[in-house]
Design a protein around this ligand. Structure first.
Ligand SMILES: [Zn+2]
Length: 482
């Protein structure tokens, strides 16, 4: 008995010993999956001014999902083959994810690629300017499929290493806003020809002076692999609006889909299961497209140009993967805000123009399509609900910072965030968590052109400045908190 008692202090010492030292940063885990979000035929393709019903599926649309877990925090990145998504769709998908998977909405980044061959998910049955709408059946379906994709990615979480890279591919991006020679500026739909900049001027025209803004040639990418083993996922962003050139009334994921497939094909090991999931989010491409305006445009077969762009980007990005530096951990963090940004105000004079244009439409005939479209948009914008609840997010993945915008954001905004962010490596993804039209910088409002027209731009001219301030504040917060 005495001997047993004598053992007690020894036990006590044993229990008092500190626990084995915890690893300073727990190992990272990653999982990825895709959900098909192809719409039923007959749904409206809404990339142009006049919607038309989808008649054929050229390639399936997907929500491509990646989940990361650092042991404490989980984040989800989702890229959807959509022109855009209404805020209410993103809210619904995030609330399903929170309820069913316990990942908070602030930690879920859902973006649209901006393929112009997808059907309507960016407004409800009618086009209004409201941050909250009743979802259509298709929007409900997409939200459900996003949540299911994130759940499947979560099911597939496994130990992972992470690497970040970027390459410059200037070949496929062109600024589409041009200064024109004096006297050659056409009238805008509002009947004015006093603007300084023209969007998409005729390619190879002799009235072109120079583009009104820069291009951002950078492809940024994050890669996950099983430790020393197969690639799990590659998430990338490039500032290219879309490519286009599809068959008549086709549904297609555009170059974003071709690129993802090409990356998966190149990086996949034989019979890899679960399969790699690659995705291309849209960077900040509101003023950037794939048309080289300095030369006349050549006619191409449907899908030819987007395949060319996708294959080249996939070859260059995958070519850079072998020289990346891999890490076994990456602290994760996120911030989310709804900004108090105002809808654009519609002056009385513009309302008068809108009413007169509608009354005058039968007389103008064919030429009334654009003015009529804007007359409708201007009047609906004037009735916009007071709050935009503009969703803005920042995601920290190790030493990388991703900032988001819910607008068609200009290239210079993305480059400014990269330059001013407290992280060595940052990039922006646009069309995240909602759709609020174009977001020119204040300088571009002075120049005018399509992207600045009320109804193409829906927010106050200071919106890009408010966005940048919020992004930089949130980036500083996630930088300093360990
Ligand atoms: Zn667009």
């Amino acid at each position: 008995m005495k001997r047993i008692l004598a053992l007690i202090p020894a036990f006590a010492v044993l229990f008092a010993l500190p626990l084995p030292a915890q690893q300073s940063s727990p190992p990272l885990r990653a999982g990825a999956a895709t959900s098909v979000i192809t719409p039923p035929l007959g749904e409206s393709i809404v990339g142009g001014f006049t919607p038309f019903p989808a008649e054929h599926i050229h390639d399936e649309l997907h929500a491509r999902c990646l989940v990361l877990d650092d042991g404490k925090t989980k984040v989800a990145l989702v890229v959807c083959d959509l022109l855009g998504m209404h805020r209410s769709l993103a809210v619904e998908a995030k609330s399903l994810i929170e309820k069913e998977l316990s990942i908070p909405p602030s930690h879920v980044v859902i973006s649209a690629t901006h393929t112009h061959s997808a059907t309507n998910a960016l407004y409800g049955e009618v086009r209004t300017y409201s941050s909250d709408i009743e979802l259509t059946d298709y929007q409900h379906f997409v939200a459900r499929r996003i949540a299911d994709g994130v759940r499947r990615a979560l099911n597939l979480l496994r130990p992972a290493e992470i690497a970040f890279g970027h390459i410059d591919v200037p070949d496929h991006v062109f600024n589409r806003r041009w200064f024109l020679k004096e006297g050659t500026m056409p009238q805008n739909p509002f009947g004015k020809s006093d603007e300084k900049v023209k969007m998409n001027p005729g390619a190879g025209g002799d009235n072109l002076i120079e583009p009104a803004g820069p291009i951002d040639p950078r492809v940024s990418f994050v890669v996950l692999r099983e430790p020393g083993g197969p690639i799990i996922s590659l998430y990338s962003a490039y500032s290219l609006h879309y490519v286009g050139g599809v068959g008549q009334a086709h549904v297609s994921a555009d170059y974003f889909g071709y690129y993802s497939k090409a990356v998966e094909r190149i990086l996949s090991s034989e019979k890899q299961d679960p399969p790699i999931v690659a995705m291309m989010a849209n960077g900040t491409s509101g003023d950037i497209n794939n048309i080289n305006f300095r030369e006349p445009r050549l006619r191409k077969q449907p899908y030819e140009q987007m395949q060319l762009v996708a294959d080249d980007l996939a070859a260059k990005v995958t070519g850079a993967v072998s020289s990346l530096e891999w890490k076994a951990s990456a602290p994760l963090d996120a911030r989310f805000r709804e900004l108090d940004v105002k809808w654009r105000t519609i002056p009385d004079e513009l309302m008068k123009w809108a009413r007169e244009t509608e009354a005058d439409a039968p007389r103008i005939g064919d030429k009334a399509v654009l003015p009529l479209a804007y007359a409708g948009r201007v009047q609906r914008l004037a009735q916009a609900s007071p709050e935009t609840k503009l969703p803005v997010q920042v995601l920290r993945i190790g030493e990388i910072c991703i900032g988001t915008s819910p607008c068609e954001t200009f290239a210079e905004t993305g480059m400014e965030f990269r330059d001013r962010s407290p992280f060595a490596e940052s990039f922006m993804v646009e069309l995240v968590g909602g759709y609020y039209g174009y977001m020119p910088t204040p300088r571009h409002f002075e120049l005018g052109g399509y992207e600045t027209w009320p109804g193409t731009n829906n927010l106050e001219p200071q919106a890009s400045v408010k966005l940048m301030d919020a992004l930089l504040e949130m980036a500083t917060e996630v930088k300093t908190v360990e």
